[in-house]
Write a protein that binds this ligand. Structure first.
Ligand SMILES: C[S@@+](CC[C@H](N)C(=O)[O-])C[C@H]1O[C@@H](n2cnc3c(N)ncnc32)[C@H](O)[C@@H]1O
Length: 207
C-alpha cells in the first residue's frame, strides 16, 4: 500500500483522539535543555502535531510538514483549539523543496520518520547553533510489536545516525552530538508504542 494512503487511513480512524495521542514524545520534552533558545523549528513528518504543538507552546515558531492531509488537518484543528500558531504544509518530503543549502532552521525534528536522505540533508539546513533531534527505531526492533516499521531497510543501523550527523561529508557541517542513546527501553512514548522497544535518540548541534 502507498505510504501516504496508509497514514491517511490510520489518521482517519483516529476519531476519539489523535492516533499518537495528545502528549509530545517524552524525549522531546526531556531534550528541551539541550536545545537553543526558541526560534524557527521544522517538524518533518510531524503527523498530527503532538510535538509541534508542544514546542509552539514553549515559544518555538514551528513549521510542520507531512504527506498525510488528515494528519495535518488534525494538527490544524488542535492548534486552533489551543490558540497555538503553527505553519502547516502537506507535502512529500522526498519531493518538497527543502532548500538543503539554506541554513534556515534553529531546530529540525525527525521523530519516528526513518529517512536517511532527510537526516543527511539536515546539517546544512541548520543555522549555526541550531539543533537536530532524531528519535526512531533501531534494527533490533524487528519482530517487536511495540512500534516502528518492520522493514529492516528503514530501521536505523548501529551508529548510522552518528555517521550521518557527525561525519556528514560532501561539504556539510559536522554536528556535535550532545545526546545519544541506542537501547532497549520500557517507557511508552505514545499510545501506539506500548511495551519494550529498541530506540535510537539523538540531539546534535551545529557549531
Ligand atoms: C510514525 S508517524 C510520526 C508522526 C510524528 N512525527 C509523531 O511523532 O507523532 C510517521 C509520519 O510520517 C509521515 N510520512 C510518511 N512518509 C512521508 C513523506 N514521504 N513525506 C512526508 N511525510 C511522510 C506520515 O504521514 C506520518 O505522519
Amino acid at each position: 500500500m502507498d505510504e501516504r494512503v496508509k497514514w491517511e487511513q490510520r489518521y482517519q480512524q483516529a476519531v476519539e483522539q489523535p492516533f499518537y495521542g495528545r502528549e509530545p514524545s517524552p524525549f522531546v520534552v526531556r531534550a528541551l535543555p539541550l536545545l537553543p533558545a526558541p526560534g524557527r523549528c521544522l517538524d518533518v513528518a510531524g503527523g498530527e502535531g503532538r510535538n509541534a504543538l508542544f514546542l509552539a507552546s514553549r515559544g518555538w515558531q514551528v513549521t510542520l510538514v507531512d504527506v498525510a492531509v488528515t494528519g495535518v488537518a488534525t494538527a490544524r484543528r488542535r492548534a486552533a483549539q489551543e490558540y497555538c500558531s503553527l505553519a502547516l504544509a502537506v507535502a512529500d518530503t522526498n519531493h518538497w523543496p527543502l532548500r538543503p543549502d539554506a541554513a534556515h532552521w534553529d531546530l529540525i525534528l525527525v521523530v519516528n520518520y526513518h529517512s536517511r536522505g532527510l537526516v543527511a540533508a539536515a546539517p546544512k539546513m541548520l543555522r549555526p547553533g541550531g539543533a537536530l533531534l532524531v528519535e526512531g527505531f533501531a534494527q533490533e526492533q524487528l519482530g517487536r510489536s511495540s512500534g516502528g516499521p518492520q522493514n529492516p531497510n528503514l530501521l536505523w543501523r548501529p551508529n548510522e545516525l552518528i555517521e550521518l550527523i557527525a561525519f556528514p561529508g560532501g561539504g556539510a557541517p559536522p554536528l556535535r552530538v550532545v545526546w545519544y542513546e541506542d537501547r532497549l527501553v520500557s517507557g511508552d512514548d505514545s499510545p501506539r508504542h506500548r511495551g519494550p522497544k529498541w530506540v535510537v535518540r539523538v540531539v546534535a548541534r551545529r557549531q
